[in-house]
Design a binder for this molecule. Structure first.
Ligand code: NCD
Length: 357
């Protein structure tokens, strides 16, 4: 496997295998402590990160490998105007695998298209975050024992919350999953995520009320309102306190509901909830390291065959106007679009998935 850009680059069967390996790593960590000896992971983080970057680094070290790190655009030639493609090509001379986080949507795809070593998307702007979904899935498997017939509430910033977009894509492949989308109207899911649920006939409802949704949920996935993604600071100020999960609200939930959160939290989960056994978010970040270990192992040991998931026809006659798309800034990158199957005349940018004009 040469790239993990979108969670759908992994089949359900591959996800199961990754989770099996992660569970085996948890049971017998020593068995894996030399598995990546002599290999190097480059962690290229052009956006702040604590858990994702350190868990990638710690995962590689626990596999006996080594780590090269860039943290913040100021720490690399990106600040001199170097393109993503040139940066990735450079790094591919020094490392065996790249994990990249970047504020622009589609950046990891551009990197993957530029090099022959494996590339992992560690978050591209407000678009997607497949390795957080790996952490989320292992947490659900270990705590709920299943993925089917779950009612999953997603609460907070559904517009910019890249972890939410990837989690919906992953869970939509299991039977009987329903979503309750809890957000202020300004932070509703992007159209392409809503369309993907509709096309897969996934039942969902939208609400602004966390209290109203709580009693029916098997999982509550809380998210942070993401200040850094807002163009209008006044709108952020108006929305930042929209949801706070506290012990009173937890009393409305099922006794076996689980609370997940990709973290960091700001104020959306009261610290009093931390001691509730249903609070799974600290276990979730441990699971993230285990899944990243399993993923690095898989990507460094697979034969290099690419899973043919995204080999759809590409159209060039349109324009992407999303200012956060990598196609706006990457030198000489040609914009490219795919047609949404079953929907007349809807084309989306291959980098950011926003609708083309
Ligand atoms: C998330 C992210 O970066 O998208 N955090 C993470 O990776 N654990 C969520 C967030 O920043 O709010």
């Amino acid at each position: 496997m040469k790239r993990l850009i979108d969670i759908l680059d992994l089949s359900v069967q591959e996800l199961d295998q990754l989770m099996d390996v992660a569970c085996d790593i948890i049971a017998q960590p020593r068995k894996y402590s030399h598995a990546c000896e002599g290999k190097q992971l480059a962690a290229l983080f052009f956006e702040p990160s604590t858990r994702t970057r350190l868990s990638f680094e710690s995962a590689m070290l626990a596999l006996g490998g080594q780590v090269l790190s860039v943290s913040g655009a100021g720490g690399s030639s990106v600040s001199k105007g170097e393109s993503i493609a040139d940066t990735a090509r450079t790094v591919s001379c020094y490392a065996d695998i790249i994990a990249m986080r970047h504020p622009q949507e589609g950046a990891a795809l551009v990197a993957a298209d530029s090099v022959s070593i494996p590339v992992i998307n560690a978050g591209d702007g407000g678009h997607c975050h497949p390795t957080q979904t790996l952490a989320d899935l292992l947490t659900i498997r270990r705590e709920m024992g299943r993925f089917d017939h779950l009612t999953v509430g997603l609460c907070g910033d559904l517009k910019y919350g890249r972890t939410v977009h990837s989690l919906i894509a992953a869970l939509s492949r299991y039977e009987g999953v329903r979503f309750v989308l809890i957000s202020p109207p300004e932070l509703r899911l992007p159209d392409y995520v809503v369309e993907s649920m509709q096309d897969a006939h996934i039942p969902y409802e939208e609400t602004v009320s966390l209290e109203g949704a709580l009693p029916k949920l098997d999982i509550l996935y809380m998210t942070r309102i993401q200040r850094e993604r807002f163009d209008d600071p006044a709108l952020y100020e108006a929305l930042k306190g929209s949801y706070v999960l506290d012990t009173e609200k937890m009393a409305l939930a099922k006794p076996d509901m689980r609370v997940l959160h990709p973290l960091p939290r700001v104020n959306e989960i009261s610290v009093q909830v931390d001691s509730d056994p249903r609070a799974s978010y600290f276990r979730q970040m441990f699971n993230g390291k285990m899944m990243r270990m399993a993923l690095i192992l898989k990507m460094l040991s697979d034969s290099g065959e690419e899973t043919p998931v995204n080999n759809r026809p590409v159209y060039r006659h349109l324009t992407c106007r999303n200012p956060k798309c990598i196609s706006q800034t990457e030198q000489e990158l040609q914009q490219a679009f795919y047609k949404v199957p079953g929907r007349r005349e809807i084309y989306r940018c291959v980098y950011c998935e926003q609708q083309a004009e």
